[in-house]
Design a protein around this ligand. Structure first.
Ligand SMILES: [Fe+2]
Ligand SMILES: [Fe+2]
Length: 237
């Protein structure tokens, strides 16, 4: 399973309407390596070019948590906490829309909790990934051939993950600001349209976060475990 198509340099999969099952299905359907895999049956270990079936529990990469370096374990632990916050925010968004965009205390508290968590935890988490880990992993991915076909300026999955981090900020800012703006609009029609925008940006953020976390846990971190060397980890701690 791959994040970037090494033949076209394009991202695999998009981020609309995805739950965990849909993410796995989508990655399976859209992954050209999976569709065309010509596996060597004698291989015992997975390589980036010979990925496991996303549906197979037995072959799920990312299931080697105990083997990972503490730095990667810490990122995965933070993902678990983040997933819980995403679920709460997602439920609050759905309730908000279903109620015809009525603010209840519960919904206000959920929104506040999520956006505070975004600033205080999601942003620092992303910065921790970007600071050294992504830079080093990018170099190791290039060395191993896991990059786009442009040899002069090759992209790796790391750039796609960094793009996601930037999109999180844009979507969170849009959703938060639209919620605030809508409450100040006297015209009910304009208010409804603005709440719709806030809702849609929030939903997009939820889906992108879920897919991003899935890709890091199941693809990027197992690759890092395979490719990073002891001296790389020394730079991270
Ligand atoms: Fe990330
Ligand atoms: Fe992450």
């Amino acid at each position: 399973m791959k994040i970037i198509d090494t033949k076209t340099g394009k991202r695999i999969g998009n981020t609309t309407e995805l739950d965990d099952k849909a993410i796995k299905k989508k990655l399976k359907e859209e992954d050209p390596i999976l569709r065309n895999a010509d596996k060597d049956q004698n291989l015992e270990e997975f390589s980036a070019m010979d990925p496991p079936d996303a549906y197979s529990k037995q072959h799920t990469i990312g299931s080697s948590y105990e083997l990972y370096h503490p730095f990667i374990k810490e990122l995965m632990d933070e993902h678990k906490e983040l997933n819980e916050k995403i679920e709460s925010f997602d439920k609050a968004l759905s309730g908000f829309k279903e109620s015809g965009y009525q603010f209840t205390k519960e919904i206000i508290d959920s929104f506040n909790e999520f956006f505070t968590f975004f600033d205080n935890h999601i942003q620092p988490h992303n910065e921790k990934e970007e600071k050294h880990f992504f830079r080093i992993l990018h170099e190791r991915l290039l060395e191993s051939g896991e990059h786009s076909p442009d040899e002069e300026n090759p992209n790796s999955a790391v750039q796609l993950m960094e793009d996601d981090h930037n999109k999180f900020i844009q979507l969170a800012t849009l959703s938060f600001n639209m919620l605030g703006l809508a409450t100040r609009l006297p015209d009910l029609n304009s208010r409804g349209i603005t709440f719709d925008l806030a809702y849609n940006n929030g939903r997009e953020l939820v889906e992108l976060l879920k897919l991003h976390i899935y890709r890091e846990d199941e693809i990027l971190f197992p690759l890092a475990h395979e490719l990073l060397k002891d001296e790389d980890y020394h730079q991270l701690t």
